[in-house]
Design a protein around this ligand. Structure first.
Ligand code: ASP
Ligand code: MG
Length: 456
């Protein structure tokens, strides 16, 4: 087996769920790694579909028959990959996989007896544990010295299960000891999405969190580059499933890309760019299916700063309107509302206020592990004011530069879509975006029309 030729530069490469979905996909990723010796820290997601199965498995009251079925479905996905490895490797690896799946079933049984978010995280973590173990073997099968590394040794978090907060100092310290020395002459394969609290319990960073894990690791090991390998050839001007006119963006600034990630371009977890911006680590986004197509470079300084860069769309938004006549000429009302939201760890996206009411949006897509605006939250808010909760809305974000100081922006945008009902508009807080809510049923048409008019 070849050990890696140490090069001066170090790239942290993250491969998403579709990139490690099956053997062919994993093999393509392994070849990407092999083709560039700077790729030495590899972060993987769970194989596509596995985390969704695990989310189902972690719910309350899942019958034992269904638990077994889910675990068997996961087994099928993973053994489908290992069957392509040499017979000795396959046999050994399958033993490990089966014993991990036995352990998973135990957690599922525990969960059905006594539900906890701690067990939920223990369950959710299996996806990445399985895929990373298998991927290390796929690397070895093409003669790359890939070594499995348990990320829980370094990714220390608090105990907020489901959206744990990483202790960056601890991460950096542990990486210095345990990971950096290994990266000199090896390719290390580790897990995204998962961490460990100070009690030794497994935690997770939230759905899609592997990108963020990779960025945090890039920062902690002083990586020179971060590559996010996914199933699209970079970041697009808008979702290409909505309009064929969408095109890949070659270069985009951190600020704009962060807005896009926050406002729904599913391609990056919203927190991913925070560590990258902190350390000025350029981020590449490309497709592991078509690496030769190139991708998008996200960096601090870019050659052009157009007024309109892209349009992002986020569906399944929840709009909460709180209204209280007591707010008229009063102070402290917003603080009270926000303290309730903070207590429930709810993060607000958009906010508009009038004299006696406040409208707030929350992102609560299906596939989330928890529902956000619970009856408890509503009941607590109702102690203060009238509360209404609306669903079925989509958030459209027009992203670009200088949007707070360019004339005619409002006209260019809203004239194009003057036949739809706009439920709420946010403009002015950031020069990089204008956001508004429309009905779910209007969303695609709105994006298509806007894209055709702003980008033609
Ligand atoms: N496997 C996790 C998820 O599907 C984390 C990730 O893929 O980023 O959400
Ligand atoms: Mg992802």
């Amino acid at each position: 087996m070849k050990s890696v030729q140490s090069t001066a530069s170090l790239t942290v490469a993250k491969f998403g769920g579709t990139s490690v979905a099956d053997f062919q996909a994993m093999l393509r990723c392994a070849n990407i790694i092999k083709s560039n010796a700077s790729n030495r820290l590899i972060v993987v997601s769970a194989s596509a579909g596995v985390t969704n199965y695990l989310v189902r498995l972690s719910h309350k009251n899942v019958l034992v028959t269904e638990q077994k079925l889910i675990v068997d479905n996961i087994r099928a996905i993973q053994l489908n990959i290992t069957q392509h490895l040499s017979i000795d490797v396959e046999v050994e690896l399958n033993k490990e996989i089966n014993s991990l799946l036995d352990e998973l079933l135990q957690h599922a049984l525990t969960q059905s007896l006594q539900y906890s978010t701690k067990t939920t995280d223990a369950i959710l973590a299996f996806g990445e544990q399985l895929s990373s173990r298998i991927f290390a073997e796929v690397l070895q099968s093409i003669d790359v010295a890939g070594e499995y590394f348990n990320v829980k040794q370094v990714m220390k978090t608090n105990s907020l299960h489901g959206k744990a907060v990483v202790d960056i100092k601890q991460l950096s310290k542990q990486c210095e000891h345990l990971l950096v020395p290994k990266l000199k002459d090896k390719v290390i394969v580790t897990q995204g999405f998962i961490g460990q609290d100070s009690l030794g319990n497994t935690t997770t960073l939230g759905r899609g969190g592997s990108d963020y894990s990779a960025a945090l690791l890039a920062e902690a090991v002083h990586g020179d580059n971060l590559s996010i390998w996914t199933d699209v050839v970079g970041i697009f001007t808008t979702d290409p499933r909505i309009t064929e006119q969408a095109r890949a963006i070659k270069e985009i600034s951190f600020g704009e890309a962060a807005e896009m990630a926050t406002f729904g371009a599913k391609i990056l977890h919203p927190a991913t760019l925070i560590p990258a911006m902190r350390c000025n680590i350029p981020v590449f986004v490309g497709s592991s299916k078509e690496p030769e197509m190139g991708g998008t470079q996200i960096k601090q300084k870019v050659a052009s700063n157009p007024t309109y860069r892209s349009i992002a769309l986020r569906r399944e938004q929840t709009l909460v309107t709180v209204k209280s006549p007591a707010m008229l000429h009063a102070s402290g009302f917003l603080a009270k509302v926000f303290s309730i939201l903070a207590k429930h760890e709810l993060s607000v996206d958009l906010i508009t206020t009038s004299e006696i009411s406040v409208a707030l949006t929350f992102d609560n897509p299906s596939g989330s592990t928890q529902s956000l605006i619970t009856n408890t939250v509503v009941a607590e808010l109702e102690q203060l004011c009238d509360v209404s909760v609306e669903h079925g809305l989509s958030l459209v974000a027009v992203i670009g530069n200088g949007l707070t100081c360019t004339k005619g922006i409002g006209q260019s945008i809203f004239e194009t879509i003057n036949d739809v009902n706009i439920r709420l508009i946010c403009h002015g807080a950031s020069a990089n975006n204008i956001c508004f809510l429309v009905n779910e049923s209007d969303a695609n048409l709105v994006v298509e029309k806007l894209h055709n008019s702003l980008f033609s």
